[in-house]
Design a binder for this molecule. Structure first.
Ligand code: URP
Ligand code: ZN
Ligand code: ZN
Length: 463
């Protein structure tokens, strides 16, 4: 199968030019001006007036994740399909090791849910929630045989996911030895647990106390501790879902010593703020996530950090729950399942709020939505760019189309939107995944099982 995309305005992390893209099978085989030889071409797509981006990569999602007594509501099928609708062709999900069990048993569980079900491409990070001699012995094989090269540590959620400083250092030593990356949910779990208990004992039980139990300092402190441990162990590290000035400062300080440290924020932290927690009638629960939304001043720090190269990735931390699931915490904020839906909205929201409002350039947009994640997580240049030899994962984007986000029209398996009524300028029109037209004007043309597990390489020197 040969497809020719004509006359598009092609944007990569480095370039910005008008051209045609020729695709054969799953790969891009030629790029140029006026590729007029249409011999053997089965399909021509006219991209005149459209932007042409590499497929989005969201390296922080939670699909069908067992969490806080329930499961996040998007399956691999519904979640990756919704991602495709929004221009994200690949996601990286988190396997959660069960404490007391092996890493491989968790891999088996997660693969069982994903294999044959994903519509878009995917990979896994491995969250090590119990680092010991047995789990240490599994890490090399995960990197070498399975292509799972990033390992997450939770510095919060004691009793379920959190590891202590001793285990963190042990994990960093081992991951560094085998050429991987350590990522962290960097917040101080014990301080948060103290504040949750304090608020509950005072009868302060509404969603705003979720926010007040995780002040900025809980994130700043853990981010500094994590970067210090990374430096000591000479281990490449990545902080997930950064929300605030304190976390940005931790990375900025680490870069002064030329440390290999990367930062991720999520679309919600750039455009939403903590005033939402004060909405009446429990509505604030829609945005109960960890870390919580912050202040307007933090948004400014995050945008600046993107432009300064301190934050390389804008992800989602997509972790949806139906309203009925959120109601588990109606009488106690600490029981509200943490997370919100965004996998489908990231690319269009960031375009509208970032490029459209002059906060980031088109090249920066491609960097933070696709290219940097591919580089950091060992998939570049197969993924994350438009180049000869790369997978033909391509988004054709109408920069002028105006529309509005709503739970009535989204494809995520959740009955509310954290962005209901949000006006957008710019819309994903056509999406190709490995050469196949996956989305065309709102229709999904690939089925369950089309999505492939992508084995990843070791931490590269390309970034
Ligand atoms: O609220 C969140 N973020 N839920 C998912 C788990 C996590 O901490 O990333
Ligand atoms: Zn987290
Ligand atoms: Zn997460």
């Amino acid at each position: 199968m040969k497809t020719l995309i004509k006359n598009g305005h092609i944007v990569t992390a480095a370039d910005d030019y008008k051209g045609d893209i020729l695709i054969e099978g799953e790969k891009i085989i030629a790029i140029g001006e006026n590729l007029d030889n249409t011999e053997g071409v089965d399909k021509i797509i006219d991209a005149e007036g459209k932007l042409v981006f590499p497929g989005g990569i969201d390296p922080h999602v939670h699909l069908e994740m067992p969490f806080m007594g329930t499961f996040s509501s998007d399956t691999y099928e519904t979640g990756t399909r919704a991602a495709l609708h929004g221009g994200t062709t690949m996601v990286i999900d988190f396997i959660l090791q069960k404490q007391g069990h092996s890493l491989y048993s968790a891999l088996e569980e997660w693969s069982g849910r994903a294999t044959g079900n994903a519509v878009g491409d995917y990979s896994f990070h491995m969250a090590v929630t119990d680092f010991n001699d047995q789990t240490k012995a599994e890490i090399e094989s995960l990197v070498e045989k399975e292509g799972i090269t990033s390992f997450k540590m939770f510095m919060a959620y004691r009793g379920a996911l959190m590891i202590d400083d001793r285990q963190m250092n042990g994990l960093m030593q081992e991951v560094r030895r085998v050429g991987g990356m350590v990522t962290a949910h960097a917040t101080n779990g014990d301080m948060i647990d103290y504040l949750i208990a304090k608020h509950r004992s005072e009868g302060k039980l509404t969603p705003v106390y979720h926010y007040l139990s995780q002040p900025e300092i809980t994130e700043g402190e853990a981010s500094h501790r994590f970067t210090d441990f990374g430096f000591y162990n000479q281990c490449p590290i990545y902080i997930v879902h950064m929300t605030c000035e304190g976390a940005v400062n931790a990375i900025r300080q680490a870069t002064f010593r030329n440390q290999k440290v990367f930062g991720e924020t999520c679309i919600q932290y750039l455009i939403l703020d903590a005033s939402l927690y004060e909405k009446p009638d429990f509505e604030g629960a829609k945005w109960v996530m960890s870390p919580p939304l912050r202040e307007k001043k933090d948004q400014s720090h995050l945008w600046a950090a993107i432009n300064q190269g301190i934050i390389e990735v804008v992800a989602t931390d997509h972790c949806p729950f139906f309203w009925e699931q959120k109601l588990m915490g109606k009488d106690d904020f600490s029981k509200i399942p943490n997370g919100h839906p965004a996998i489908e909205n990231r690319m269009e929201l960031l375009y509208t709020e970032g490029v459209g409002k002059g906060k980031i350039t088109l090249n920066k947009y491609v960097e933070v939505t696709s290219t940097n994640a591919a580089k950091i997580f060992g998939m570049y240049p197969r993924k994350g760019t438009i180049a000869v030899g790369s997978d033909a994962d391509i988004v054709i984007f109408d920069p002028n189309k105006e529309h509005v986000l709503s739970a009535k029209t989204h494809h995520m398996n959740v009955d509310y939107s954290g962005y209901e009524g949000w006006p957008l300028k710019g819309k994903v029109e056509t999406v190709l995944l490995r050469g196949q037209v996956a989305i065309d004007n709102g229709d999904c043309l690939v089925g369950r099982g089309y999505g492939q597990f992508i084995k990843r390489g070791k931490v590269s020197d390309k970034i």
